[in-house]
Design a binder for this molecule. Structure first.
Ligand code: SF4
Ligand code: MSK
Length: 648
């Protein structure tokens, strides 16, 4: 474990009995099952479980299933589970959006520009209509995407580059209904159905695309319309954001409806008075995991921890309540609070936990629910015993880089465009784009993200980040304009001129959809090929842990972007593994790659980017061109000029 704050907390007396994921891995005292690791354990029917050995005739499944079929089925089921998680999250956001349009929540339609642009995608008339009317029709059409039974492709697919749409059509992988693709994938991987690994993988692509271009994209866009599209803001990412004299409430999980309501309730005078009556100076809301990223991006609320520090956050003894909804919440948290004053409060009927209390969050009575939750936390304040908050230097971050922000930041307020980004890539000042996403995982040191990012920016590769990887890069001090000091000369010059960090925080794991839109904007801007597969851009999720990360990886690859993961449970079949890592290049123009060493991941990203540059014919050696006055004036239209003066 390399995070300085985590080490400090665990060194305290108060944390001496704390058991983390790292301890549990050590305590298990045995290596993970090889069949599981390689994807060749099948338990899809009661003749098994069957453990398959590739190439050994006697070691196929009882039903005759080969290693190729079993690894493909297991991979596909991981994609289905990840897509289902994003789909269910997105459905809740769409329902919240509809309720907001009806005036039944404390929220409002904030981003009318985005409302109109999404209305155009769904064919919703906007002329002379009230924003809530438009939003209601848009919300209902979006909700219909989940249960759609016709064979038409999802409306959002038409946002992809035209060439990519043609590939999907030719392969027959255009997603139809969001729920339907998950159901069909689960059906096709049931015992005795689809037994051809290419065919199974095509449905896995279709399902993953229904996530990336369907549910995740809907969730991101409607959340932006409701809560505001992120703009650059300064904030802090570190456990040190906890306050010794305030009620500390950590919000953990994924769906921002609850977190946004808590943000409003935490400013309510009645709640503040109650906190004061209990001896606290205020209410300090902090984020954990992707809920943290959502409120960091839109409100600048500090993030205390990513996935792997959730237990350490509780171990500080300084948390009055950790409020959780869905996904990435470790079961160990409840057990940990048995000897502490901290309450784990579950809020979603889908996700209850032992040793937690359940206060359902009702979007129709959002403020009442939020106040009930906060009251519970406030009343714990006086019970706080010994606690420890690390006093390390708190790390500043500049966050809020939505696709729209990048557009304006580089193109200027009045002529928002990706032209300057494309031009800087074409002229070689920026070599390409490295995308670092995904979780934390005890399997590699938690400085893996930092090692990769530093190597990329040193080589003039702009880094875009989401999820817990983004939180880790914030902790590594790479998300502020001063991090230009780690960059090669070309990227440093762009960062200094625009006043932006070399590592841009683009949001939560659902917000990987922003990367699809950004990639499409780069293609549409011209000069970098006709498809996402032509772009000098590569993604990595070095510390992935969640099934959602595999769904994301598959929708990246199916969209034409190469990905590099730290491991993949597919090498139990030579044929299927080769299919993912080599053969998909022919059909999708992108493949999966696996590499465990962070520095080698970075080098591989650099090599792949240089290959794309070569193919585009833009790999000529460039003399370093200093920005002249005209170029500077062009850039100064950007909103971020001088960050300090324009970051809100
Ligand atoms: Fe074994 Fe086939 Fe059943 Fe899987 S589906 S458990 S391989 S018999
Ligand atoms: S929370 S999915 S650990 S990024 Fe989105 Fe973090 Fe991965 Fe969960």
């Amino acid at each position: 474990m390399t995070c300085a704050s985590s080490k400090l907390v665990l060194a305290q007396d108060i944390a001496k009995d704390t058991k983390t994921a790292y301890d549990r891995v050590k305590a298990r005292g045995m290596a993970a099952c090889l069949f599981g690791q390689k994807g060749t354990c099948c338990k899809n029917c009661n003749m098994g479980p069957c453990q398959i050995i590739d190439g050994v005739e006697s070691m196929v499944g009882v039903c005759g299933a080969t290693a190729d079929t079993v690894t493909a089925r297991n991979f596909a089921r991981t994609v289905a589970a990840g897509s289902a998680a994003h789909g269910d999250h997105a459905r809740e956001m769409v329902k919240g959006f509809i309720e907001t349009a009806k005036g039944n929540t404390p929220h409002e339609i904030k981003d009318e520009v985005k409302l109109h642009s999404l209305a155009a995608v769904y064919g919703v008339d906007v002329e002379g209509r009230d924003k809530n009317d438009i939003a209601l029709e848009l919300g209902e059409k979006a909700l219909a995407d989940f249960g759609s039974q016709n064979d038409e492709p999802l409306a959002m697919l038409k946002r992809a580059p035209a060439e990519r749409q043609k590939i999907w059509k030719k392969l027959g992988v255009e997603p139809r209904g969001i729920d339907r693709e998950v159901v069909e994938l689960m059906h096709r991987t049931h015992m005795g159905v689809d037994q051809q690994y290419e065919n199974i993988t095509n449905q896995a692509s279709r399902c993953a695309l229904s996530d990336g271009w369907g549910s995740s994209m809907l969730s991101t866009e409607l959340t932006d319309i409701m809560f505001g599209t992120p703009v650059p803001r300064r904030s802090v990412v570190d456990l040190g954001v906890l306050q010794k004299d305030q009620v500390n409430v950590a919000v953990h999980g994924h769906e921002p409806l609850l977190a946004e309501s808590l943000c409003i309730a935490a400013q309510d005078q009645e709640m503040l008075d109650l906190a004061k009556a209990q001896g606290a100076k205020g209410i300090n809301l902090v984020g954990v995991c992707c809920t943290g990223n959502e409120i960091l991006m839109r409100r600048g609320i500090p993030v205390a921890a990513g996935f792997i520090q959730q237990e350490i956050t509780i171990a500080t003894g300084a948390i009055e309540a950790m409020v959780v909804d869905v996904q990435c919440v470790m079961q160990s948290l409840g057990e940990m609070t048995r000897n502490l004053h901290t309450d784990i409060i579950t809020t979603n009927y889908r996700a209850k936990m032992p040793f937690a209390i359940h206060i359902p969050f009702d979007e129709h009575a959002a403020m009442a629910s939020a106040k009930e939750i906060l009251t519970k936390a406030i009343m714990n304040y006086k019970k706080r015993g010994k606690f420890y908050i690390p006093e390390e230097k708190k790390l500043d971050v500049v966050v809020g880089f939505s696709h729209e922000t990048i557009n304006r930041m580089l193109g200027g307020r009045f002529r928002a465009s990706y032209r300057p980004l494309n031009d800087n890539i074409i002229n070689g000042r920026i070599r390409g784009v490295g995308i670092i996403v995904g979780c934390d995982n005890f399997k590699l040191n938690d400085d893996a993200h930092e090692i990769i990012a530093k190597e990329l920016i040193k080589n003039n590769i702009l880094v875009l980040a989401t999820g817990c990887a983004a939180t880790a890069l914030g902790r590594a001090d790479l998300m502020n304009p001063e991090a230009a000091k780690y960059c090669g000369p070309g990227l440093a010059e762009v960062c200094e001129t625009v006043g932006m960090p070399p590592v841009l925080h683009m949001g939560s794991c659902v917000d990987n959809s922003r990367l699809l839109i950004a990639a499409t904007a780069m293609v549409n801007e011209g000069g970098l090929g006709d498809d996402i597969s032509d772009l000098p851009a590569v993604g990595t999720a070095p510390l992935w842990m969640s099934e959602k990360a595999v769904a994301i990886g598959q929708y990246f690859v199916a969209s034409g972007a190469q990905v590099i993961f730290q491991s993949l449970p597919t090498d139990g079949s030579k044929v299927f593994d080769k299919y993912l890592k080599e053969d998909m290049m022919e059909t999708y123009g992108a493949v999966w790659n696996v590499e465990a060493d962070p520095l080698k991941i970075a080098k591989s990203i650099i090599a792949k980017i240089e290959e794309k540059r070569e193919a585009l014919g833009i790999n000529k050696k460039q003399d370093r061109v200093l920005f002249d006055m005209e170029m500077r004036r062009d850039q100064e239209g950007g909103e971020l000029k001088g960050v300090g003066c324009s970051v809100t």
